[in-house]
Design a protein around this ligand. Structure first.
Ligand SMILES: [Zn+2]
Length: 67
């Protein structure tokens, strides 16, 4: 039984565009209200997957598709 201990400390490893390599990230899910106050005034909170590079601090948020 072999366990990879590479990212045991990091939790999540993702590719960082800034670093140009796989780096440990802090990943969290956030509900963000779309702040386009134009015609649609309805509050639509979209779940975003926010990952922060622990190496350079770059934050990347990706909107998740609602099922
Ligand atoms: Zn980075």
């Amino acid at each position: 039984m072999s366990t990879r201990l590479d990212d045991v400390d990091s939790g999540m490893t993702e590719r960082c565009e800034t670093c140009g390599r796989d780096t440990p990230h802090d990943v969290s899910i956030q509900l963000r209200t779309e702040s386009r106050q134009e015609e649609n005034a309805e509050f639509s909170r979209e779940p975003y997957r926010v990952s922060t590079c622990r190496r350079c601090g770059a934050e990347r948020s990706i909107r998740m598709n609602n099922a």
